[in-house]
Design a protein around this ligand. Sequence first.
Ligand code: AKG
Length: 281
Amino acid sequence: MENRQPTATDDFFFDLNGYLILKHAVDSDLLEYLNSQFDEFPRDLPLGHWLGAAQRRDYTPETGLELHQAVTLGGPFEELIDHPSWIDLVRHYCGEEKSYVQGVFIDESIVSIRESGGHHPVHSGGFQGAIRGKYRYENGVFRCGQVNIILALTDIAEGDGATMVVPASHKSNFEHPGKGDYGRGDRMDMLEGAIPVYLNKGDALLFVDGLMHGGSSRTNPGERRVTIYRYGPIWGASRYGYVYPPDFLASLSPERRRILQPVPPTHAGDGLPYNMAGKEY
Ligand SMILES: O=C(O)CCC(=O)C(=O)O
């Protein structure tokens, strides 16, 4: 499968709204593989406990089961690292294109399972936003701090807890008067200007983290299943300080390893990482 390339239409709407919907991003085989892995996750894994190198770390008590470092679960989670449906889009929007530090780095990868009553409080937006999540386009290049891919593994329609966004809020210079402080009551559902992003399983939502967003309340029975992969520049760092097990990194293709560890550590006494011609390896 050829990598999907960003189009002029993608750029126009990403700039305008701060997000894109990627229809049929993954095929039915990968979807089935991911769902079969989700079936196996222990729903009662205590907070802070590990599943190999993935840790349960729910963002809030209401977000539901969230496993961080999902890429280390291997198999289908590894396939998502550089998936052809989005890898060149995230490189384009947050990969420091045309600079001396081109490329992307995944700083968080998450498995998320949400049940009835669960939600993710509203957060982000352009107003006083951290550079980490900033939207920026200047001199013909995008320079976003973080671009997220939320991949739907179940259909997400009304009552299923759709991600909600406030279109164009990545450029906002004023605080949304209805936005709280990421407290437990800050449900997106009633936030003026917020719209639900309904997805069919296999679709993905791509958005700049500086867009005001969150997860609406799930009211239907059953589970909402998504993966969340956050991409940023290669000089970024893991938000929570996670370190990949060396044998996991060694098992990856060089292309995927480069996305998880773009700048390998250099220890005192190590040789130079470039050859005599001064060209970087
Ligand atoms: O769970 C959702 O729908 C939104 C997730 C979210 O807001 C985030 O990961 O920043």
